[in-house]
Design a protein around this ligand. Structure first.
Ligand code: NCD
Length: 343
């Protein structure tokens, strides 16, 4: 790995397997069974110039559970960028204060520009409609863990991605990671104008996967192994698109009725979250809550070991972070959520 994690393009299958093996060793710490202090004294700068709950907090928690401390800033208003400071001046300044930096920013390519001025590790927490490498890694980690649980090989699996495939950066990064695997069947269902960018379609086809493009979920006939739903990224629409956008019709809603029609008991339903629960948003339905096929919270939980593994690799602690672990001293519930499936 280079000193930074900016795009999944930096990773090959071996690098991903190595990272996931580290993430598995992180599990006892991430699941609050063991305490680790390996990053004691290190400080993370967590800079989020776009809305975030889970990405910001989970990077923060991953660093803290390895023993480090975190400084963070959110929004432009309270940062010196509001005074016209360049990305590279900001990163050089913060590199002098912090041992690692995570940044989310609304502009494509901005995090790479930010990282170009420093040698401390920088992680892309999302650059506009570009990439979200840590999310795609935790998504793939979740898919691999779920397939292990249901004892099925990932090769040949049917993966459906739906929602905003044009501006959804998580699907851009995830489809690249999936394309590194043995051939799969990937179906994409997006509303008109929100289709997956052509270069990504070409990449998946060139790597030997079977690719299908459909206009509605009801045109998908073969049983689906993984559904990856995404939110419509209205905040990235041009003015023209906002005016002409009529909302998402029911042809795109992933709900219990659709699962019962087109899926199997082993189907896994994922979403990077947040799901938009506002009327008319027609995002992933809450009528699936409590259904063990809904893997969204197993997915968010997996964000911690995967982000810890990214820090471990970028900060050079992967060999022996688990040498001196201690037991936790407080009571941790067996299942975190009241609806959590017990497998
Ligand atoms: C996503 C993002 O910010 O790209 N959220 C996340 O980080 N889990 C998806 C979204 O905002 O829809």
């Amino acid at each position: 790995m280079t000193p930074h994690l900016l795009s999944v393009d930096q990773l090959d299958r071996d690098a991903i397997d190595e990272l996931f093996a580290i993430a598995q060793r992180m599990e006892p710490i991430a699941r609050r069974r063991k305490i680790c202090r390996v990053l004691e004294g290190a400080v993370l700068g967590n800079l989020f110039f776009e809305a975030s709950t889970r990405t910001r907090i989970s990077f923060n928690v991953a660093f803290c559970r390895l023993g480090g401390s975190v400084c963070d800033t959110t929004g432009f208003t309270f940062s010196s960028m509001a005074k016209g400071e360049s990305l590279t001046d900001t990163s050089r300044v913060l590199g002098g204060y912090c041992d690692a930096l995570v940044m989310r920013h609304p502009d494509l390519g901005s995090v790479a520009e930010f990282a170009s001025a420093v040698n401390v590790p920088v992680i892309n927490g999302g650059d506009g409609p570009g990439e979200h490498p840590s999310q795609a890694l935790l998504d793939l980690y979740t898919i691999e863990r779920e397939f292990e649980r249901i004892q099925r090989p990932l090769a040949g699996a049917h993966i459906l991605m739906t929602g905003d495939l044009k501006y959804g950066r998580t699907v851009h990064s995830l489809i690249k990671l999936l394309s590194l695997h043995e051939p799969m069947h990937i179906t994409l269902v997006a509303p008109t104008g929100l289709e997956m960018p052509t270069p990504l379609l070409d990449l998946v086809a060139d790597r030997g996967h079977r690719l299908e493009l459909r206009d509605s979920l009801d045109e998908v006939f073969e049983p689906i192994d993984v559904i990856y739903a995404t939110r419509i990224q209205k905040e990235r629409f041009t003015e023209e698109m906002i005016e002409s956008f009529k909302g998402i019709s029911d042809e795109f809603i992933v709900n219990r009725a659709f699962l019962d029609r087109r899926c199997t008991p082993g189907t896994i339903v994922m979403h990077p979250l947040p799901r938009d629960g506002r009327p008319g948003a027609n995002d992933l339905s809450t009528d699936l809550n409590g259904d063990p096929r809904l893997a969204i919270f197993r997915q968010t939980d997996n964000g911690i070991p995967v982000r810890m593994a990214i820090f471990a690799k970028l900060m050079g602690i992967e060999a022996d972070f688990d040498r001196d672990l201690r037991d936790v001293g407080w009571r941790v519930p067996e299942a975190i959520g009241v609806d959590d499936a017990r497998f």
